[in-house]
Design a protein around this ligand. Structure first.
Ligand code: ADP
Ligand code: MG
Length: 313
């Protein structure tokens, strides 16, 4: 796979290879995990042609085949874990936030979703010995809640230079859901020149919730969210990165689902996120994190607090 290039894909000559590269698809894996509609649109080619190219890339990149358990175990050896700042929450997750996976934090307004994102961003810049990724971070901010002041406070507590940390955190404000989706492509571009092992989307669902209103829009909303989640998963796979997304649930009964604690995005987000954590307020300013479903960890709860210094046990 390492020696193969785009021109090795059947049906891809120099002209199409150039279009693909210009659209940002500059290796086989990037094409293999792309959606046919995206490739068709960005390279201005037909859907059928795009689908054929993707299939060809899968063969060249040797994906889409069955893998043995041994192969998968080997790949999972490169999974790294990012500390949340709370030992209890880390233990709940089996050591921290996993790379090559999406972790969803959902809960009511004020349940600390954004604070956790800040802490993860700071922690990702830490060296690996300190539970970090020694990397830079991308934050897609949809609610305009990024606060550099909090990054400074958390960095000071950890004894690291806040100015250095702020330089490593790349924040983009997403103005609507389409823009939010595009920003994942931008993040992918940035990841070619910078080591980005944490991508945060806070909040994953607010724009989608606001824009796709009513039962008639539900199918389209779910389709767009599904695409967005798969883009995020591609980012995670290609960069061995952790993805953290937030999802607000409202205390009011949901018009469609009834259950107030049910996160929007329903089964789409639920099936794509590898880890789901439900956050709620506990007594005396405490917060409770509950692991909802995980492929390899038992369900359970952890209690933590939010202080000026950050997330703590
Ligand atoms: P959401 O789940 O809506 O994103 P946030 O992550 O914004 O919620 O959490 C807000 C909570 O964080 C508030 O209850 C507030 O008490 C707490 N908080 C914010 N900043 C600080 C701080 N500097 N020190 C202590 N607690 C803070
Ligand atoms: Mg928030």
């Amino acid at each position: 796979m390492v020696n193969k290039t785009l021109e090795d894909i059947p049906g891809v000559g120099p002209a199409i290879a150039e279009k693909l590269r210009e659209a940002g698809y500059d290796d086989l894996m990037a094409i293999a995990v792309a959606s046919p509609a995206d490739v068709a649109e960005k390279c201005e080619i037909g859907d059928k042609k795009a689908a054929d190219i993707i299939e060809g890339a899968k063969v060249c990149a040797d994906i889409g085949n069955f893998e043995t358990g041994e192969d998968i175990l080997e790949r999972r050896k490169s999974v790294t874990k990012l500390t949340t700042g709370s030992k209890a929450v880390d233990e709940l997750l089996g050591g921290g936030l996993e790379s090559q996976a999406i972790t969803e934090f959902f809960g009511e307004f004020g349940s600390s979703k954004t604070q956790i994102c800040f802490q993860l961003a700071v922690n990702a810049t830490l060296p690996e010995e300190m539970g970090g990724f020694d990397s830079e971070v991308v934050i897609i901010d949809t609610e305009n809640t990024f606060r550099p002041e909090r990054i400074v406070q958390m960095s000071n507590y950890l004894g690291i230079d806040p100015a250095e940390v702020l330089k490593k955190i790349h924040v983009a404000r997403a103005f609507n859901s389409q823009h939010q989706i595009l920003l994942v492509d931008k993040a992918m571009e940035l990841s070619k020149t910078k080591k980005i092992k944490l991508l945060i989307v806070d909040s994953l669902t607010s724009h989608f919730r606001a824009e796709y209103i009513g039962r008639g829009a539900l199918a389209e909303r779910q389709q767009m969210l599904n695409r967005h989640m798969h883009d995020l998963l591609s980012f995670a796979t290609l960069n061995n990165a952790a993805i953290a997304v937030t999802n607000q649930v409202s205390s009011k009964p949901d018009a469609f689902f009834g259950d107030p604690t049910r996160p929007i995005g329903g089964h789409i987000v639920g099936h794509t996120a590898t880890f789901r954590i439900y956050l709620r307020k506990g007594k005396a300013g405490k917060r409770v994190a509950r692991l909802i479903d995980s492929p390899n960890m038992p369900e359970g709860e952890a209690v933590f607090t939010i202080t000026e210094d950050g997330i703590k046990d």
